[in-house]
Design a protein around this ligand. Structure first.
Ligand code: ATP
Ligand code: MG
Length: 413
């Protein structure tokens, strides 16, 4: 778990502000759910034999003896909240969220125990059109952030019926190669064989590559659904790669699954993952309802933004106000408040903590401000304030305190 220090906040704010504006512009509305939920919610939704529920959750007993967990992801909570509020009965919704998630994983670059996700969830739409919309939204997000080199990978898991078929074919194949499976995969063969395809172990890749692919198990309807998505992506100019071995780590996906991947981040290159999860609403006690969504890893995106060097890492400051003499402190604050009344976006820092004129000037310079305003006893008597440009060759001048707002606006043009 890590701190986000002020130098990284501009990149975080850019990410979150752009996402909020973008999601709202597509008609998505924000939802916030608690960080803690009943452990059973995640066991029922994500599945008891997934890595997340088996070994990554922060679970604890509260004072009533209920088992609670810090949320490892937000989809289950959003569905729970939607059901509880009666929002999911035959209704369509487009929702977005943002916030911290918690998984007890081995920390490494791009993988943390508290990390943040931006996400979207849609309910009530059965077709490939909504999946395409989610993909277009993400594609536009990369464009707005100026991020290149993020590639889309797609697959179809088919209906749950197809998955069952594929499961037995897969189990047969891996049984025949049992000795080549690593310990994790041997265990998964019994519990969740599809997850073997998601293995990160390099020694397993050749065996996985040579194995059966999902496409042969897709029924007519699943194939048509996937073809429709491909058609929309082709016509809207989104490039993609069909990766027949792409499965998602979570149990509740069906039909379309996708990941946006970059090679610029090293091993942890997936910045966004999602797909269709029809069935989850019913699994959590609601009437069946269609659902599709995605979630993005903020740390990985921030790291790309920072690497690009396009955001400021220092605090911004336009004007730094310094003062000479004890008596000018209150007047300086008064003038500053007057300026702030009229120029709410101006970054104005009023010097605090006293010190010599020279040391105040040094702080003004280090603040990055363009202009220093200087208020001393002579100025107070004359009703003026001195203006000094810190980054330009311009003579020091005086302006009237009474005109300070209009004068400052002119000087800053
Ligand atoms: P992985 O295969 O990398 O473990 P996952 O399948 O567990 O990913 P999801 O649950 O789909 O990931 O989460 C969506 C996104 O959230 C990921 O693509 C990634 O960008 C981000 N993410 C997931 N776990 C972490 C983590 N521990 N630290 C930082 N980001 C994470
Ligand atoms: Mg994971």
């Amino acid at each position: 778990m890590h701190d986000i220090l002020p130098s990284h906040m501009p990149a975080w704010n850019q990410l979150e502000d752009e996402y909020r504006a973008l999601a709202e512009s597509y008609g998505y509305r924000q939802i916030r759910t608690p960080i803690v939920e009943k452990t059973a919610l995640f066991a029922r939704s994500i599945g008891t034999v997934t890595d997340i529920v088996e070994k990554e959750m922060y679970s604890f007993e509260d004072r009533n003896g209920d088992s609670l967990s810090l949320r490892p992801e937000n989809t289950a909570s959003v569905v729970r909240a939607g059901l509880q509020a009666g929002m999911l009965q035959d209704q369509q919704h487009r929702l977005w969220y943002c916030g911290p998630m918690f998984r007890h994983e081995r920390p490494q670059k791009g993988r943390y125990r508290q990390f943040h996700q931006l996400g979207a969830e849609t309910f009530g739409v059965a077709g490939a059109d909504i999946e395409a919309e989610l993909i277009l939204l993400a594609a536009r997000f990369w464009k707005r952030l100026g991020l290149e080199n993020i590639e889309l990978q797609l697959n179809s898991l088919g209906s749950s019926h197809c998955r069952q078929n594929f499961r037995s074919i897969l189990v047969e194949y891996f049984r025949d190669h049992y000795q080549q499976l690593d310990a994790d995969s041997q265990r998964r063969l019994e519990t969740n064989p599809l997850r073997i395809l998601d293995s990160k172990n390099p020694d397993m890749q050749a065996l996985i590559e040579a194995g059966p692919g999902l496409q042969d198990s897709l029924d007519q309807e699943s194939q048509e659904h996937f073809a429709e998505l491909i058609d929309i992506l082709d016509q809207t100019g989104v490039s993609y790669e069909v990766n027949r071995r792409l499965v998602r780590g979570l149990d509740y996906y069906s039909h379309t699954v996708f990941e946006w991947v970059t090679e610029t981040l090293g091993a942890q290159g997936t910045v966004c993952a999602g797909g269709r999860y029809d069935g989850l609403v019913e699994q959590l006690g609601g009437k069946p309802n269609y659902a599709a969504g995605f979630s993005m890893g903020c740390e990985r995106l921030v790291s790309m933004i920072v690497d690009q060097d396009k955001v400021a890492t220092e605090a911004g400051c336009d004007v730094y106000l310094i003062m000479r003499g004890e008596n000018s402190i209150a007047r300086a604050q008064q003038l500053a408040e007057m300026i702030r009344d009229h120029m709410p976006l101006l970054q104005l820092v009023v010097h605090a903590g006293g010190g010599s004129f020279k040391s105040q000037m040094r702080k003004a310079d280090r603040s990055g401000a363009r202009i220093a305003l200087i208020l001393g006893e002579t100025e107070i008597e004359a009703g003026t304030i001195a203006v000094k440009f810190l980054r330009e060759e311009k003579a020091q001048s005086e302006i009237m305190q009474a005109d300070i707002v209009t004068q400052l606006a002119l000087l800053l043009v």
